[in-house]
Design a protein around this ligand. Sequence first.
Ligand code: HEM
Length: 508
Amino acid sequence: RLWSYAVVRLAWRPRAMARRFREQGVHGPSYRFLTGSNEDVRRMKAEADGVELDLRDHDYLPRIVPHLVKWKHQYGSPYVYWFGPQPRICIFDYELVKQVLANKYGHFIKNDTHPTILAMIGKGLVLVDGSDWVRHRRVVNPAFAMDKLKMMTGTMVSCAECLIKKWEDQATYSKSREIEVEFSKESQELTADVISCTAFGSSFMEGKEVFHAQKQLQAITVATMLNVQIPGFKYLPTKQNRCKWMLENKLKNTLSRIIQCRVASKESGFGNDLLGVMLEACFTKEQGGKKGEQILSVDEIIDECKTFFFAGHETTSHLLTWTMFLLSVYPEWQERLREEVLRECGKGNPNADMLSKLKEMTMVLLETLRLYSPALFIQRKPITDMVLGEIKIPKGHAIIMPSPIMHREKKIWGEDADQFNPSRFQNGVTRAAKVPYALLAFSIGPRACIGQNFAMLEAKSVLAMILQKFSFTLVPEYKHAPVNCVTLQPKFGLPVVLKLLEVRNWII
Ligand code: HEM
């Protein structure tokens, strides 16, 4: 019986699905028993891995997703490929993407998640669906209101101030008034500090423990990304699974401790930050409507904390890293931004009102998000059979929307789509391309990123403060090799030389 089940699920069914897609004009690589397209993807990625790019060449897609690029040319859009025995329908057409992402009726839900990603980010706002999503989003929304974000700017600035002071001291004592730093590592630590302090208040050191456990889970995810998920395998005590369970426990224990600490001090209020807002909702019994009902359970709050720790720092740190990269490669833009910062913020610490006036910096950040979008794919699956354009997509089939490929569509973004040109955003994000929702870095529709204003404020504060104090260039040995590690990262980090603009008076 097991054998016939395997034959039906792993051989007959995928081939029947492929035939149905072909009949609708949707083509793609042929299905291989059990592994689907995974081996082809692995091979193409290995072949592309050695390719190094010129600093001004921003078309890294043939390096990191060679299969998607090749099959798009070969089979057109949309096409279908196979993740093990599961089909993945790749769409690139903005109209279809809008139909999926802007759907308000919950017809398209999040696709199944890799088990290690689930362990790393928890089943929080990013992954819940349906009425659970409504309940979670209702609780979390107030923490991201503009007045709260303005208050958080002070914390972002003081976290950045500590790091910049450290660099300033090191540079002041060096003969050449400059230092070399691995910016990508430093920015990850900085954004982890910011989310620890802004979302989880005083629990800063424990925040670091969460950060390190999530980093290790991320490494396991990257190592196992292309493995076929065999049912039941996640329960076997393999070395990797045991390591995953240990890290999962560590995460849970650390977060439970942070929460218990806060609950213990509830006499003085739960606090104004994200954790406080969630606990308030959890312990205020009547808020959900039904008396006695808790809006979020403690386990859900733990999962939400995992989500916000990860989503709150990982993406923003790469936005900062890629912006530093681009400003080093285009020094004329670095100078323009420095002039703007000195004009609007002076030489002191910026506040939220000053940051809101940095128009050119916003343009540069949006262009960075277009070319080096930290999140590479948006995925959904329909909860029922759906028609998308002219294609019938059966219930549960994964739909992949690779935003970085769409961000380079010349017919949408113009002939210079492959080039760095922040000026395309000078009339705002909705007028930068032929369609108003062309920038998908934060996604669109009801599930768009809740932290986008937070991320932009954080990136602006940190960049403004760096530009006030330092000029920067890449080290000559830098190798331009973006890589997909769940998010888009520089494979060999981002070593930069920071040169002090002014020497502090007391040294002279
Ligand atoms: C440059 C920075 C960021 C980028 C590029 C980014 C990108 C995204 C994208 C593409 C999505 C949609 C995912 C999907 O539809 O499947 C998303 C959702 C989300 N992001 Fe972000 N994000 C960033 C920063 C942040 C920050 C700072 C936070 C929290 C402090 C955050 C929290 C979330 C959450 C909770 C969701 C799920 C929203 C929902 O489904 O209701 N993100 N983000």
